[in-house]
Design a protein around this ligand. Structure first.
Ligand code: CP
Length: 318
């Protein structure tokens, strides 16, 4: 089947999802990201001219702190010209369609779009619509995918754990509404993690989730036992329809990551969270700020991974 992310040479043309992304390309992105981090100099990012003369448009129809900002920093480190479209004050509010907005930005000579949208499939739609030489990066679409988040998570895991083939990874919380969880699961299984667990109440799991290659747990004590990596998720209240949970307090009581529960994982387990965190709902502050948390390094690695994605795309022709 035709892969909409790849060009005719099998190279990355757009980054839309980790589903169907070849392991070769995932590993190339992780390796390239490492070259942008000056580890010997405290993890400073190198400024390079790889996107000199190119225009990157950040088009975020949903709020963001980490993704939008790290894409901007990454594009500037690659010497691109960066335009952040302020959707709140754009003509979208006057009824302009998504594709008309994109056409107008293309007329301003956009070379690359970074798109976040509440509708699943928005980035795919734009990728199909634009001229072949323009690249599209999905920065989160509805509950579907958030591929650069998953790739920076893989970078983080590899940084701390070195290998993927010997790991047990647990993803906890609102799997049903989480584009991050879906992208993480595809990335983890593609990179060869042998045991990926999801821990959640039945109401927060997609039906047939085990078909994604994960083991399902409803009990934190069982699910966390001996894992190497713990990935927590926010309750995506903005995507919930109806009452799927009695309350946030009830969720914390059964599924909150506390120090007592974390002690069931391996002693050297790392704790990850894509952000934004809700302390006292999915994670206790003592864990979020504790020695096993790598939540802020995830953000830092996000700059390097986004530099890797954008420079890879810019190097590929249709
Ligand atoms: N992880 C993530 O996507 O965070 P933001 O919503 O702040 O971009």
């Amino acid at each position: 089947m035709n892969n909409p992310q790849l060009n005719k040479h099998g190279e990355l043309q757009h980054l839309l999802s980790t589903e169907g992304l070849p392991v070769r390309i995932m590993r190339e992105i992780l390796d390239r990201a490492a070259t942008f981090m000056d580890e010997a100099n405290g993890g400073e990012f190198k400024k390079v001219p790889l996107l000199h003369g190119k225009s990157v448009f950040n088009v975020f129809f949903e709020n963001s702190t980490r993704t939008r900002t790290t894409f901007e920093i990454a594009a500037k480190k690659l010497s691109a010209d960066v335009v952040n479209l302020n959707i709140g004050s754009s003509s979208t509010s006057k009824g302009e369609t998504l594709l008309d907005t994109v056409d107008n930005l293309c007329a301003m000579h956009a070379d690359m779009f970074v798109v976040r949208h509440s509708s699943s499939g928005a980035a795919h739609l734009i990728a199909r619509h634009v001229a072949p030489e323009i690249h599209v990066i999905n920065a989160g679409d509805g509950r579907h995918a958030h591929p650069t988040q998953a790739l920076l998570d893989m970078y983080t895991i590899r940084h701390y754990k070195k290998e993927f083939h010997n790991l047990r990874v647990a993803i906890i919380g609102d799997i049903l509404h989480s584009r991050v969880a879906r992208s993480q699961i595809h990335a983890l299984t593609t990179l060869g993690v042998p045991e990926v667990r999801v821990i959640a109440p039945k109401t927060l799991l997609p039906s047939h989730v085990e078909k994604l290659g994960v083991q399902v747990y409803h009990d934190m004590a069982q699910g966390l036992k001996d894992v190497d990596v713990v990935m927590t998720l926010r309750l995506q209240n903005e995507r919930m329809q109806g009452a799927l949970l009695p309350s946030a307090q009830e969720f914390f009581k059964y599924y909150g990551l506390t120090q007592e529960r974390l002690a069931l994982a391996r002693p050297d387990a790392i704790v990850m969270h894509p952000g934004p965190m809700n302390r006292g709902v999915e994670i206790d502050s003592s864990v979020a700020d504790g020695p096993q948390a790598v939540i802020l390094p995830q953000v830092t690695f996000g700059v390097a991974v986004r530099m890797a994605v954008m420079s890879t795309l810019a190097g590929n022709t249709p």
